[in-house]
Design a protein around this ligand. Structure first.
Ligand code: SF4
Length: 643
């Protein structure tokens, strides 16, 4: 098949216009597709960074070049994004539509979801009806058992259970109990099967967390090789990498691992004497007792949120616990070489338990030793001891280029400040060979304005919450609802919701946390005048074009919490330039994300209201560089009056 130019595909009379009803020519989309194609074609490990604002049509601009590049030489592309809805849309709608439109028949593709999305066949066999009944009604248990018998994918999305349901956690392939090669179901394991199928696909869609967690845990990288990587929603990359690299240990986990050994592992070790089994059980009790002592001590003496430093680590260390863990591993020994299926299973169980003990011992010691401070942050969260890399750039670049790549493309609506990608490049460690910032396809100057309200109070001042609540209420009244209110703390969220709900208003008030997020968003979209009050996590994933969202209120420039352990440690690492090099650019990108909720289509109109006078008064911060170049109004909100 001859590869067409991107102009042949995306232009006003191109292939997409002939076959997609309602196709709209967008020069930004065509430009992005051309640059992606050129980057893939150039080979040699080029890195293209592209900021593509809402409405560019970036998913198609990534997929079309990917399709042709893969077909040209039977190549493989890993397409990374962060959320399952977009991943499913790509494999169920975008790629099938594009293939049919472009006349492509021999492209293979598919989705690898995170491990927690697949049924573990072994857990399905082992779990008792009593355990299932603890979480589900009897008729639902019957449905679940029938599904486990007949499912061909093991994908929990085939069930009507919400993500994170306890039954899913208990049955998923992400559970610590995977027996790897010793599993009797390994040939039909759903997760293994999808990884095997993916070896044959041209386009493999997966999420960042899965990619980074394989990289962090195996050191060998992602188990499906590829020639190039395309990263959509690339603003999520750093946090996904940090989350995959972070370590945590709790006393509960130690207790669970030792209880598991006594109940399931030691009784199956028929190659040791009763006396040795009893000794192992006693040792497991000792390990559990020592872990309880240590974690109780930390709980008693260390306030939640305390950050450890090289000079002030946790009281008492994990030495005795590690010593006991080593002793029990030595006493359990390696399983003997035997051949029966039952022997293999017992051996696999012992191997898997040994790995869990070694891993937990490593995590506890790593977090308590504090010996990589300040390259790593360490803290106690009230229940567990934690450690996270302060800076992830080295890890990310190593993980992406663990094997040679022909190209890497990263695209997002919020990566650059003005034309400048240096903050994103610094945080990810990925040095671009090409950079591209596309204009918005919307007439933003015409469609939106930004109001700045100076409250005259700092967030720590008395009366701040009350003033924000009153102003938010007035603005919602003036706008007849249709507002998204994004607040910097849960305390403030409650204050604003309470204020809005304390009186009758001609609009419905929806509050984050009162319903599952998807249900809340459905109601917000459906009820055009409703007001949704949410925290910073609602800065992303809200896409409400039209009259349902004509005002976004943001209470302040979203600086991170000053007690954030990673940030505090980073400050020690970076010194006085930290504010301008890290804190400020990060806050600007978060503000840009929040403001980006407003205009989602050409017909949208509205205003963003930021209740923080520093947006205009702190000229040296150059906050407006990160926001759309539209009209700004410094506004005083008159409380108690209609606009
Ligand atoms: S290989 Fe692991 S995840 Fe797969 S069925 Fe066996 S135990 Fe479960």
């Amino acid at each position: 098949m001859k590869k067409p130019s991107m102009k042949d595909v995306f232009s006003r009379k191109g292939l997409l216009s002939q076959r997609f009803p309602g196709f709209e020519h967008r020069p930004q989309q065509e430009a992005l597709a051309e640059r992606v194609m050129a980057c893939l074609d150039s080979g040699g490990g080029g890195v293209l960074l592209a900021e593509a604002p809402t409405g560019t049509g970036k998913t198609h601009a990534l997929l079309v070049p990917a399709v042709y590049w893969c077909l040209e030489d039977d190549r493989k592309i890993l397409f990374l994004t962060s959320g399952i809805p977009l991943q499913e849309q790509i494999v169920k709608r975008d790629l099938p539509d594009l293939c049919s439109c472009l006349g492509v028949e021999d492209l293979s593709y598919g989705l690898i979801k995170g491990k927690a999305n697949y049924l573990c066949r072994l857990r399905g066999k082992e779990i008792s009806e009593r355990e299932l009944l603890a979480h589900l009604e009897p008729d639902l248990v019957l449905d679940l058992v029938a599904w486990m018998e007949k499912t061909e994918t093991g994908d929990f999305s085939e069930l009507a259970l919400p993500p994170g349901h306890p039954v899913i956690s208990a049955l998923s392939a992400a559970s610590e109990a995977c027996r790897g090669n010793g599993c009797p179901f390994r040939e039909s394991c759903f997760l293994r099967r999808v990884l095997q199928q993916a070896q044959e696909w041209n386009i493999i869609v997966a999420n960042y967390h899965l990619f980074f967690s394989y990289s962090a845990s195996t050191g060998r990288g992602f188990p499906v090789p590829c020639d190039a990587i395309l990263c959509d929603e690339a603003h999520r990359l750093t946090e996904a990498a940090r989350s995959a690299a972070s370590l945590r240990a709790t006393g509960e986990e130690w207790a669970r691992v030792m209880d598991f050994a006594k109940a399931r592992v030691f009784p199956r070790m028929d190659w040791v004497s009763d006396h040795d089994r009893q000794r192992l059980a006693l040792l497991a009790d000792e390990v559990k007792k020592e872990s309880e002592r240590l974690f109780h001590l930390w709980k008693k003496e260390v306030p939640a949120g305390r950050i450890f430093t090289d000079e002030a680590g946790p009281p008492d260390g994990p030495g005795p616990l590690q010593g006991l863990a080593g002793e029990i591993l030595e006493a359990a020994g390696e399983p003997p070489e035997k051949n029966g299926a039952d022997d293999r299973e017992s051996a696999a169980l012992l191997h898997q338990w040994r790995d869990s003990v070694a891993d937990l011992s490593h995590r506890t010691a790593w977090c308590a030793r504090v010996d990589r401070f300040p390259l790593w942050a360490y803290w106690w969260d009230g229940r567990g001891i934690n450690s996270s890399p302060t800076f992830c750039g080295d890890l990310i670049s190593d993980w992406f280029f663990a094997k040679p790549l022909e190209a890497l493309v990263a695209v997002s609506a919020t990566m650059a400040i003005g034309e400048d990608f240096s903050f994103w490049e610094q945080e990810t460690g990925l040095q671009a060979t090409e950079r591209l910032v596309l204009d918005s396809p919307f007439d933003l100057d015409e469609q939106m304005s930004i109001w700045v309200v100076d409250l005259g109070l700092a967030v720590t001042d008395d009366g701040y919450d009350d003033l924000v609540a009153r102003i938010a209420e007035q603005l919602c009244d003036d706008n007849d609802g249709s507002t998204l209110v994004l607040l910097s703390s849960l305390r403030l969220l409650r204050a604003v919701s309470e204020r809005l709900r304390s009186k009758e208003h001609p609009y419905r008030v929806l509050e984050q946390g009162e319903l599952p997020r998807s249900e809340l968003l459905r109601l917000f979209r459906q009820d055009l005048s409703s007001v949704l009050v949410g925290s910073v996590s609602f800065r992303e994933g809200i896409d409400v074009p039209g009259e349902g969202l004509t005002q976004v209120i943001i209470d302040r420039i979203p600086f991170p919490h000053p007690a954030d352990p990673v940030l505090v440690t980073r400050k020690i690492l970076e010194g006085p330039d930290m504010f301008f090099d890290i804190v400020l650019p990060r806050a600007k990108l978060l503000l840009k994300q929040a403001a980006g909720r407003l205009i989602r289509s050409k017909s949208d109109r509205g205003r963003v209201v930021i209740l923080d006078g520093r947006v205009l008064s702190k000229r040296g911060w150059r906050i407006t560089d990160a926001l759309p170049g539209v009209k700004y109004r410094k506004v005083e909100v008159e409380l108690g009056k209609k606009e």
